[in-house]
Design a binder for this molecule. Structure first.
Ligand SMILES: Cc1cc2nc3c(=O)[nH]c(=O)nc-3n(C[C@H](O)[C@H](O)[C@H](O)COP(=O)(O)OP(=O)(O)OC[C@H]3O[C@@H](n4cnc5c(N)ncnc54)[C@H](O)[C@@H]3O)c2cc1C
Length: 195
């Protein structure tokens, strides 16, 4: 399997990213450990912020959300025998939240991704011992090498996927080391300047 970007997980983040890349002409493949049925039936979030709704509309996944989502304009607090309306819509300059379940978002994103030629492999975990080709583009260097996955991503609560290169030449290892150190140094300087 060859692609420009490999995405682990068909959650909202992975699916949105895949569609956004597609709209910019960049191909990707998503691998997802669970089945499509399981993903589309798991109840999680129920409320979408305005920026999420805007993004869904922008990438072409907002049609059902706009039709079926329940836009929440405010709340009413009751005390002293009276109701007090808090108009969150006006207080937030017209921004609102929309009640629309996450599994409905996932149904829409999966359908859109497949309709627009996206590739999603369900029930295919990126698991221990699996080998993939990794390509690092750092500054002007491109370094590629075969890597073996170590323990699965869920063991780090989804934060990172540890791997080890299995065929990286000494020259590429050295170059990668220098480039990554320089990149991390720049990032740290940027973070310190912004702090
Ligand atoms: C009960 C609950 C209520 C919530 N309510 C809200 C809310 O109202 N509003 C809101 O904005 N957010 C809410 N959230 C948070 C929201 O659900 C998450 O922010 C969102 O799911 C994160 O999306 P994600 O794509 O980053 O990760 P996930 O949704 O976790 O998707 C990651 C995907 O990757 C797959 N995966 C993991 N490891 C591997 C592997 N090694 N190989 C292959 N596939 C893998 C998983 O199966 C999963 O499908 C709620 C969360 C919960 C649990």
């Amino acid at each position: 399997m060859q692609t420009q970007v490999g995405i682990i997980g068909a959650g909202p983040a992975g699916l949105l990213l895949s569609q956004m890349l597609h709209l910019r002409g960049i191909e990707s493949v998503i691998i997802e450990s669970r089945s499509r049925d399981a993903i589309e039936a798991t109840i999680r979030a129920g409320v979408l912020e305005q920026s999420t709704v805007d993004l869904m509309v922008e990438i072409g996944a907002g049609e059902r959300l706009k039709r079926e989502g329940f836009v929440h304009h405010g709340i009413e607090l009751r005390f002293g025998g009276r109701g007090h309306r808090i108009n969150l819509h006006d207080l937030a300059n017209g921004r609102t939240i929309t009640v629309y379940a996450q599994h409905e978002v996932l149904k829409d994103l999966i359908a859109l991704r497949l309709r627009t030629g996206g590739v999603i492999h369900f029930e295919k975990p990126l698991d221990e011992k699996l080998e993939v080709e990794l390509i690092f583009h750092i500054s002007k260097s491109t370094i590629r090498g075969k890597a073996q996955m170590l323990f699965p991503m869920w063991a780090t609560q989804g934060w990172m996927q540890p791997f080890r290169f299995v065929d990286l030449s000494d020259e590429n290892r050295h170059s990668l080391d220098i480039n990554l150190k320089s990149f991390l140094g720049e990032t740290a300087k940027g973070a310190a300047a912004g702090a």
